[in-house]
Design a protein around this ligand. Sequence first.
Ligand code: APR
Length: 316
Amino acid sequence: MKKVSVIGAGNVGASTVQRLAEREVGDIVMLDIVPGLPQGKALDIMQAAPLMGYDSNIKGTNDYVDIEGSDIVIITAGIARKPGMTREDLLKINGKIIKEVCDNIRLYAPKSIIITVTNPLDIITYEVYHCTGFDKKRVFGMSGLLDSSRFAYFIAQEIGCSVKDIDAMVLGGHGDSMVPLPQYTTVSGIPISEFLSQETVDRIVRRTIDAGAEIVNLLKEGSAFYAPSAAIVSMVDAIINDSGRVLPASVYLEGEYGFHDICMGVPVKLGKNGIEKVIELKLKQEQLIALSKSEKSIRSGIEKLNLDIYKKAFLV
Ligand code: APR
């Protein structure tokens, strides 16, 4: 029986717990800083179990002791983006929250695999990697999978075909600098160029890049959580079932795609131990340039985090 802990019982955290419970993944812990919030939501989701027919066990808590021995920890704690706010604006607030979360994961769940969700995603993933000192295989961010799902949805809508037949790939930073890859995106193996004009593809690429902001602007308060929680649960499934799924994730790079000491979205193979392999694709010149832009924007955020003390802590 696996134990999965979700840090943060807000929109993303709670909908992730709901999806995990419905899939009966194992023991689930939902932790939040607000007293009563995770307990109340856990109770609510459990009271749906007789109706939906799942035998899951959810514990809502404000105490990190309860995450002890977790196999997987999902970090959604932090504040969500407000209209007009970029993911980078979030850095200052969320960066501080994440340090505290990492200290506790190190203490109570030192063998866990961590999936980061809190934005700005790539920068936070880098922070978690350094602040926990975990092996790079066990720390990665959920971003590209969500971006790819958004890309796939828009393509299916445009073509008028089933979303089930779309395989889409998006690399780079989660944010304005993401790099959708139309040449690696197919409809049942058929390149999308057989269905859509270049102009249409360009328009869908643009909408994909802006997809998170489009939802933020519509909601007025808070950001997306249905699709993000679906992407998180797909990653949890891949780990628990050791399925070796190939999907994009934000991972710590040491030379792949020519980048060092940075976390960024790339295709990976995901299994029971976490990231089994980073897959290096041939990219077009303009996509390599876009990836470099992504790198610059992530690196400038990393510099603001002031992580030197953590890096030194793990060197000794
Ligand atoms: N420890 C634990 N939980 C915390 C802490 C903390 N130090 N600080 C804040 N939280 C909790 C809040 O109490 C809240 O319940 O994190 C939760 C965040 O939930 P929401 O505000 O609903 O945000 P959500 O939409 O879930 O997004 C969470 O995921 O997609 C990203 O950009 C998004 O960074 C954001 C994160």
